[in-house]
Design a protein around this ligand. Structure first.
Ligand SMILES: *Cc1c(COP(=O)(O)O)cnc(C)c1O
Length: 393
């Protein structure tokens, strides 16, 4: 008999009743050190006092009105995002997948408006992940995500990750946009080198192609800049944001330049819940904390500490680990064993990590993790790795 919860997830035998900072607590009091943060969502940890305050204050005042009216919290968050980024305008969604939907629509409408109706193709890369909607699975294109769901939304051109020749050859007078994660998350914490991001920007400038960054996972301070592409000193035309921006409240956004967004006039897009007062009140509290340069300096300092300790961990377990990779507090342990096995061994040591493709275990701790928690996290990972070695022996 099918489970009342549609069984599309392979869930760990854990459930939590409370969260405090980097810790998740089970009903029996067992405390787990959370290096997954709900997959890069709880960017400020669990139950951050400023977010609890923002949410409960807003909950007591007003939950929902709809986009038929002005929403001051939405306007304040849009102002903040515009002030802190390349963007001139923002549309709010409830998730990353919805941000993908709008990014695709925006890119196509841009060319339609310019009389280039044939420019509909969007170039994407293998190992990418853009969500689970019909457009988002067609964008990523992997067999695993698309099998049985055809006919898929046409117009996506899938290229090998890092194949510069293929990319130059693929851009044509049918190309609307290039869509890429500056650091692949699900794909196994694969950063696109700064030089390549610059090259992508140049290619797009030369061909008029729109550049769309999916910063749903790597954005919002995760890499030590507010957005990962800032390290390369370039900016996209359109950017998808979600996960960390809500700190645990469902919130996403599409940020865009005025030129890229111009064609999205009244009636071209909408969302019942997108930009609701609750989400935006929380999002503004998150932005006010994370966009602070002093906060980002701390993320970078702690990222250095974690990375250094992980290098030590890899060196201590050459049978289990191959390398550390990633940026900031978005790190991956490339494994010689099945990553799911290490994640499971972590449960026994009360440390939570997240598997990814390419044999990687992801570490995406709350950006607020302390030095002592970093030390504790690596000690627990060390014991989890030792369990694996014991199993293999
Ligand atoms: C999680 C994720 C998405 C999808 O976001 P949802 O909120 O799950 O719809 C899109 N792109 C990237 C890079 C992601 O990590």
């Amino acid at each position: 008999m099918i489970d009342p919860v549609l069984p599309t997830y392979n869930r760990a035998p854990l459930s939590f009743v409370k969260g405090e900072g980097c810790w998740l607590i089970e009903a029996d009091g067992r405390r787990f050190l959370d290096l997954g943060a709900g997959i890069a969502v709880c960017s400020l940890g669990h139950a951050h006092p400023a977010l609890v305050q923002a949410l409960t204050d807003q909950a007591a005042a007003l939950w929902h009105t709809s986009n038929l009216y002005h929403i001051p919290q939405q306007e304040a968050l849009a102002d903040k995002l515009v002030a802190e980024t390349f963007a001139d305008t923002v549309f709010f969604t409830n998730s990353g997948t919805e941000a993908c939907e709008l990014a695709v629509k925006m890119a196509r409408r841009y060319w339609y408006d310019r009389g280039a109706e044939e420019r509909v193709e969007i170039i994407t890369f293998d190992g990418s992940f853009h969500g689970r909607s019909a457009a988002a699975i067609a964008a990523a294109g992997s067999e695993k995500m698309t099998r049985g769901f055809g006919p898929l939304l046409p117009g996506f051109v899938h290229l090998k990750f890092g194949d510069h020749e293929a990319l130059r050859a693929a851009v044509s007078d049918r190309t609307a946009a290039i869509l890429i994660e500056p650091v692949q998350g699900e794909g196994g914490i694969r950063p696109v080198p700064d030089q390549c991001l610059k090259g992508l920007r140049d290619l797009c400038d030369q061909t008029g192609t729109l550049l769309i960054f999916d910063e749903v996972q790597c954005g919002m301070g995760r890499t030590g800049k507010l957005f990962a592409h800032e390290w390369a000193g370039i900016s996209p035309d359109i950017m998808m944001v979600a996960k960390g921006i809500g700190g645990g409240f469902p919130l996403g956004a599409v940020l865009a330049t005025e030129a890229a967004a111009e064609a999205m006039v009244v009636g071209t897009h909408g969302s019942t819940y997108g930009g609701n007062p609750l989400g935006c009140a929380v999002g503004l509290a998150v932005m006010n904390l994370i966009a602070d340069p002093a906060f980002l300096d701390e993320v970078n300092r702690k990222a250095g500490l974690l990375r250094q300790k992980l290098e030590g961990l890899v060196a201590a377990h050459p049978d289990i680990f191959e390398s550390v990779r990633g940026a900031g507090l978005m790190l991956g342990l490339k494994c010689r064993i099945a990553p799911a096995d290490l994640v499971r061994a972590g449960y026994a040591e009360e440390v939570l990590t997240v598997p990814a493709a390419d044999n990687v275990v992801r570490l995406l701790p709350p950006l607020t993790i302390s030095d002592a928690e970093i030390t504790e996290a690596v000690a627990r990972l060390d014991r989890a790795a030792a369990r694996m070695t014991a199993v293999a022996a």
